[in-house]
Ligand binder design. Structure first.
Ligand code: NA7
Length: 551
């Protein structure tokens, strides 16, 4: 094999050459690093943060937690790891998740291969040698045969372009860039802008100690209870005893969850049976409300409306003030059309005397001033503003890496009208560059399908090495077919509305293209199997001119 990889070369040096560079040390990047090292490739991971964890490093705001069950989101490649890690709650909170990911890094001796505080600014493909040169913000240059961008889909925080944002004299933090030093809300006048999954998680926590909390809501969301609970010793024992069957279900299920699908349609039940089932759904944990629901809930308008009416009644029964309750009922989309947030005490929080809600559709933010936020209703003064305004989803991080492929082609130019990919893994014209966990993969429990993609990328690399090939590049026709399939599947799936960030609609000027894969994980998995049995036919592989990597 080629060269050894010093994990901490001095800034500005030009010495590191490895088989594989992984960008990002989040869940996908850590797994890619593990798999590449295990396969015998020399590998280094570059991470912009000062610690590992990716999403679970940056989103350290109070209340941040999984809404997939902890043990279904965790790694499944090692039964020993699964056995020894004791998750405290069915839906773990950020500090526990960060501890877990650090444990994995140390447990598998990966820390020495990770360079933190290392932001990639440019990555250029060298046509002659068939490898990549990567440059980081401090001027360090590294070379690798293969580049794996494991930069995540929700990793570039979005700040709305509100005039005067910089002039605000108080504290302001984005949920996706939360500081590691404690943020104190006690006795402060706090504003939270945004009511997606992050906003609705932080709101109840802030309300507990803030002098006042004003929630700025542009669109209400169909929030339902997370129904979190501690994992009992008995449940722990069951999880361990059933590792093999849990892994089997997670590796083969539609969207990577343990929740079972339900085969009854909404109006096959009587009104009474239906209300009882809705009540059961309301009290069930997390994504069960999407996966174990009536089979037609997301696809039939009346079925969806019946479930929404049930949630609306719940909101109105929980929230004391009818005007506030009305504002909290979504009017512009159906359940499942956007990514549904799961909450703990969210609606109840609006009964507190220190909490108020502002409807941004009727009174948009005009500007920020030194002392607060101004709408048509006047200026509200704050000590602290929380931006829970989301991310440049899907393509944001890859677009900021300065990637240039064959003949200097910039990825941002190639994707000007939206991403073109094959399996959400590679783009034509960008040989030896892979982006598991990027756009066009699947939808569901992210680590599961991202893991499928990492495994497939490693299969490709191992195949190429075994046959003396140095370059791997997807056939443009295969890429065109996959990209057309993504567009068709998105149009066919009536539950997906263009109001969702899944279409890039939250970022002004971004092309409205579906950024996930509505055909889901089964399509991804069946394609992977087909390709493996065809000896990786959709990929063109060739020896390099220098043969450097063929050891
Ligand atoms: P989301 O789900 O994108 O939510 C962002 C929120 O910010 C949402 O309520 C937006 O309102 C609001 N927003 C966005 N732009 C503005 C402007 N200009 N003014 C006011 N409000 C705005 O991000 P999250 O961080 O909550 O969740 C992201 C993912 O993390 C989530 O899906 C989970 O996977 C975990 P809108 O609804 O667009 O009207």
């Amino acid at each position: 094999m080629t060269i050894t990889a010093p994990a901490s070369a001095p800034a500005g040096t030009d010495t590191t050459e490895v088989d594989v560079i992984v960008v990002g040390a989040g869940i996908t990047g850590i797994y890619a690093l593990y798999r590449a090292r295990q396969a015998g490739f020399s590998v280094v991971a570059l991470e912009a943060g000062s610690g590992v964890g990716g999403t679970w490093f940056w989103n350290r705001y109070p209340g941040a937690r999984f809404d997939s069950e902890s043990y279904t989101y965790a790694y499944l490649f090692s039964e020993e790891l699964f056995d020894e890690w004791v998750w405290e709650e069915h839906f773990a909170e950020q500090p526990e998740i960060e501890r877990y990911l650090n444990h994995v890094v140390d447990r598998f001796d990966l820390r020495g291969l990770i360079r933190c505080n290392c932001t990639v600014t440019n990555a250029t493909y060298d046509d002659e040698h068939g490898d990549w040169t990567v440059e980081t913000a401090d001027g360090t240059r590294l070379r690798a045969r293969y580049l794996i961008g494991a930069t995540g889909v929700l990793s570039v925080p979005y700040f709305p372009d509100i005039p005067g944002r910089e002039s605000f004299a108080g504290e302001q933090h984005h949920t996706g860039l939360w500081p590691s030093t404690p943020v104190n809300f006690a006795g402060k006048r706090v504003a939270v802008i945004g009511t997606g999954s992050s906003g609705v998680q932080i709101v109840p926590i802030v309300a507990r100690t803030a002098a006042s909390l004003t929630v700025y809501q542009r669109s209400a969301n169909w929030c339902t209870p997370l129904n979190n609970s501690p994992i009992s010793a008995e449940e722990q024992a069951d999880l361990r005893a059933n590792f093999a069957s849990i892994r089997e279900v997670l590796n083969t299920s539609l969207s990577g969850f343990l929740h079972e699908t339900y085969d009854r349609a909404t109006f096959e039940d009587t009104e009474e049976e239906r209300q009882a089932y809705y009540e059961q759904m309301w009290n069930s944990p997390g994504f069960g409300k999407l996966i174990s629901h009536y089979s037609d809930m997301t696809i039939d308008e009346q079925a969806n409306a019946a479930w929404c009416a049930f949630i609306e009644a719940k909101i109105r029964s929980i929230v004391d003030d009818p005007e506030t309750a009305d504002m909290l009922v979504p009017k512009d989309h159906r359940f499942g059309e956007k990514r549904p947030p799961f909450v703990t005490d969210y609606f109840e929080t609006f009964n507190r005397p220190n909490v108020s809600l502002v409807d941004l559709k009727s009174t948009p933010i005009l500007r920020m001033t030194e002392s607060g936020i101004e709408t048509a209703d006047g200026l509200a003064e704050f000590d602290l503003v929380v931006w829970a305004t989301g991310f440049d989803f899907g393509t944001g991080a890859l677009a900021r890496m300065g990637i240039r492929g064959r003949d200097g082609l910039a990825l941002t130019d190639y994707w000007r009208d939206g991403p073109k990919t094959f399996l959400g893994i590679q783009a034509a014209g960008f040989p030896n560059f892979f982006f598991p966990g990027g756009p066009h993969a699947a939808a569901g429990n992210n680590p599961r399908y991202n893991g499928d993609q990492v495994d497939f990328v490693l299969d490709l690399l191992i195949h190429a090495r075994a046959h003396g090939f140095d370059t791997i590049e997807v056939d443009p026709a295969a890429e065109a077919d996959w990209t057309a399939m993504i567009d068709r599947a998105a149009r066919r799936a009536p539950s997906f509305g263009e109001s969702s960030y899944y279409f890039g609609s939250n970022i002004p000027g971004k092309p409205r293209k579906y950024l996930l894969n509505a055909a889901g994980r089964p399509k991804l998995l069946s394609m992977i199997e087909e390709i493996k049995s065809s000896d990786f036919k959709p990929f063109q592989m060739a020896p390099g001119s220098d043969g450097r990597n063929r050891g």
